[in-house]
Design a protein around this ligand. Structure first.
Ligand SMILES: *[C@@H]1O[C@H](CO)[C@@H](O)[C@H](O)[C@H]1NC(C)=O
Ligand SMILES: *[C@@H]1O[C@H](CO)[C@@H](O)[C@H](O)[C@H]1NC(C)=O
Ligand SMILES: *[C@@H]1O[C@H](CO)[C@@H](O)[C@H](O)[C@H]1NC(C)=O
Ligand SMILES: *[C@@H]1O[C@H](CO)[C@@H](O)[C@H](O)[C@H]1NC(C)=O
Ligand SMILES: *[C@@H]1O[C@H](CO)[C@@H](O)[C@H](O)[C@H]1NC(C)=O
Ligand SMILES: *[C@@H]1O[C@H](CO)[C@@H](O)[C@H](O)[C@H]1NC(C)=O
Ligand SMILES: *[C@@H]1O[C@H](CO)[C@@H](O)[C@H](O)[C@H]1NC(C)=O
Ligand SMILES: *[C@@H]1O[C@H](CO)[C@@H](O)[C@H](O)[C@H]1NC(C)=O
Ligand SMILES: *[C@@H]1O[C@H](CO)[C@@H](O)[C@H](O)[C@H]1NC(C)=O
Ligand SMILES: *[C@@H]1O[C@H](CO)[C@@H](O)[C@H](O)[C@H]1NC(C)=O
Length: 523
């Protein structure tokens, strides 16, 4: 054997590889049960759905002659993975100053000098924006409750039902965050019992007037002050109108300086923070179930008042999103509607943001000063991991596999009898390593935050059986470069896969996951 330089180089590389493996943490998992004995309800393939600020829907959707091509492509990427389009909820604060007029153009905004929208008038052409979404995307129809004028809501509902058709309607929703009306669109004494009474009165009139089916409303939709349990206690389910209960969840905020100060990447991308925040809805999820209704997060994002620069437009938002949605599924949240839009200057007089697309948007559908040409941001890839984890079956169930020695590791097992027979083990395992790996991390830091998991025991028995691995990664947690954020080796800034598909295998049964990275293992 001669020691050629090539052989030396190989030996050196091998030594380097070994030393990096040694620094990584070996994670041993508790046994994952073969069948979904302790898992979630069956996951809705539309688990990852969207809410879009009502007055910006035309910006995201375009219209019949000018459909927004980026939105169309990105939605198609999701349809390819789950077989159906996500729900779309045109809603948000602007719904409560909206009015339908048959003579209006698509969208007519009355704005304050600083750009605040205080009235949104929309006409028949507004509905063309919905055409950009797949026919299999159900629509949540939200109408104006804030104005306190039932004829406005009635006319909106009648028009939406006639234009969209029942086959595409998920549910009807009255108003947005009614717990914020007091002292604003209602007297300062306005409380949850007043909301419940108005809900019952209006739904009773609307049911008769529009011949509505029973169990068709998405109720509650509160942001901060009232709860699903509270309105159930007040009798909101007594008339059989509620189909779904909704709660809005924003874990952090830039609406005021105190909350802005803690809206940081390390706080946001933290598995304990994410799970303890969502756990507060467990009693309300249980109460909704007991009342025979679904529980959804009808509007959410990471940081309210339109996100935060260098926090929610980073790859960190992808990790936050993947962990939030998968954990939401674990605790039986049926769907989560990720809010997209732009800064609403009337929302808060002390907010940090100025007008423009929200820093938390998954994509920027038109050219803007802030983000340049239309493109998807670095967090879009999380939706690909999520939709592939959920799959196109309508039979998947999910559980969180505890790894208490690694608090920033999130391991989710997904059972799916259409991909792997029941009682034969999980069909997929998603692993998110939320430990921080910044763009500037040294190789030593990268090694220290990396984890190695042995999944060999879950590979299907039989000759030639193996598992495949897809990886969601970027140059670092704080990377804002959309081109660097990849799913299975490909980036999606244009809405289409860019680059060569990279599907890995396990290495001697093991998979390595760096900090600020996620993988989905298919068995
Ligand atoms: C992880 O396990 C490998 C062998 O599988 C071992 O060489 C390495 O030292 C272990 N790493 C740590 C940090 O214990
Ligand atoms: C099932 O879940 C409960 C509650 O989360 C937990 O205490 C229990 O250990 C789990 N059982 C199995 C077999 O995983
Ligand atoms: C469709 O969008 C284009 C481009 O924004 C606009 O010029 C046109 O007026 C719109 N059509 C309707 C019916 O609103
Ligand atoms: C719409 O226009 C028609 C005439 O074209 C008019 O009769 C009707 O009053 C208008 N409706 C509204 C709501 O302005
Ligand atoms: C209700 O809507 C009408 C018609 O758009 C408008 O004139 C009025 O200011 C609105 N009232 C409130 C409280 O929003
Ligand atoms: C529904 O309400 C509208 C306006 O308030 C009224 O014109 C119409 O006659 C009502 N229809 C029914 C079936 O009650
Ligand atoms: C979130 O995580 C951080 C650690 O990064 C911790 O200091 C903080 O208290 C947690 N909670 C909130 C609400 O930020
Ligand atoms: C965001 O990061 C960029 C690049 O590091 C920097 O130029 C910019 O000032 C930062 N903005 C804020 C608000 O921190
Ligand atoms: C990573 O970057 C974020 C955002 O710039 C910063 O807050 C954090 O302290 C950094 N963490 C490490 C471990 O370098
Ligand atoms: C594809 O990726 C390459 C390399 O990052 C980049 O230069 C190019 O602009 C991307 N193409 C599209 C259409 O995004």
């Amino acid at each position: 054997m001669s020691f050629t330089p090539g052989y030396l180089l190989q030996t050196l590389t091998l030594a380097l590889l070994l030393s990096s493996v040694q620094a990584s943490q070996n994670v041993s998992l508790p046994h994952i049960s073969s069948s979904p004995t302790n898992a979630s309800q069956v996951i809705d393939p539309r688990l990852a759905s969207f809410s879009m600020e009502f007055s910006y829907l035309p910006t995201f959707g375009g219209n019949k002659t000018h459909p927004n091509v980026l939105t169309q492509e990105l939605m198609q990427r999701l349809v390819e993975r789950t077989g159906v389009g996500p729900d779309v909820r045109p809603g948000g604060i602007t719904i409560d100053s909206s009015i339908y007029s048959p003579n209006a153009s698509a969208l007519e905004l009355d704005m304050s000098p600083s750009g605040g929208i205080y009235r949104t008038t929309y006409g028949p052409a507004w509905f063309e924006s919905l055409d950009v979404f797949s026919d299999s995307s159900p629509i949540v129809v939200t109408v104006n409750l804030g104005n306190d004028t039932i004829s406005i809501a009635r006319d909106q509902l009648a028009t939406h039902i006639k234009t969209i058709g029942w086959s595409r309607i998920r549910a009807l929703e009255l108003g947005n965050e009614a717990d914020h009306y007091a002292g604003n669109q209602r007297p300062s004494t306005w409380g949850s019992a007043d909301y419940t009474a108005q809900y019952l009165g209006w739904t009773s009139f609307l049911t008769r007037n529009l011949s509505l089916p029973t169990h068709i409303f998405q109720a509650a939709g509160f942001a901060d002050f009232w709860s699903v349990k509270e309105v159930i206690g007040e009798g909101i389910t007594t008339t059989n109108t509620v189909k779904v209960f909704s709660q809005h969840t924003y874990q952090y905020s830039t609406c005021d300086p105190a909350r802005n100060a803690i809206a940081t990447l390390p706080n946001l991308v933290n598995h304990r923070n994410i799970t303890s925040f969502l756990d507060q809805w467990k009693p309300h999820i249980a109460a909704a179930k007991q009342a025979g209704a679904e529980f959804v997060v009808g509007e959410y994002n990471s940081v309210s008042c339109s996100g935060k620069e260098n926090v929610t437009n980073t790859f960190g938002q992808a990790l936050w999103l993947a962990d939030t949605v998968l954990y939401g599924a674990v605790i039986d949240i049926s769907r989560l509607y990720l809010h997209q839009g732009a800064t609403l200057v009337l929302q808060s007089s002390t907010q940090a943001n100025t007008p423009g697309f929200s820093w938390y948007d998954q994509w920027y559908p038109t050219t803007s000063d802030r983000f340049g040409d239309p493109h998807a941001g670095p967090s879009f890839v999380a939706l690909l991991l999520i939709t592939e984890a959920v799959g196109s079956s309508t039979k998947s169930q999910i559980a969180l596999i505890p790894t208490p020695a690694f608090p920033q590791l999130a391991v989710y097992a997904i059972w799916d009898p259409t991909a792997r027979p029941s009682r034969d083990g999980p069909a997929r395992i998603a692993i998110l390593n939320l430990a921080t790996r910044n763009v500037t991390a040294t190789p030593e830091q990268v090694d220290e935050e990396s984890v190695v998991l042995d999944l060999g025991g879950y590979v299907r028995k039989g000759k030639g059986r193996s598992a495949t691995v897809k990886r969601m990664t970027s140059t670092g947690l704080d990377a804002t470069d959309a081109g660097a954020a990849t799913w299975a080796g490909q980036s999606y800034e244009s809405g289409k896969a860019n680059g060569t598909l990279v599907v890995e295998g396990l290495s001697a049964g093991k998979v390595t996951v760096k900090g600020s990275e996620g993988v989905l293992v298919f068995f």
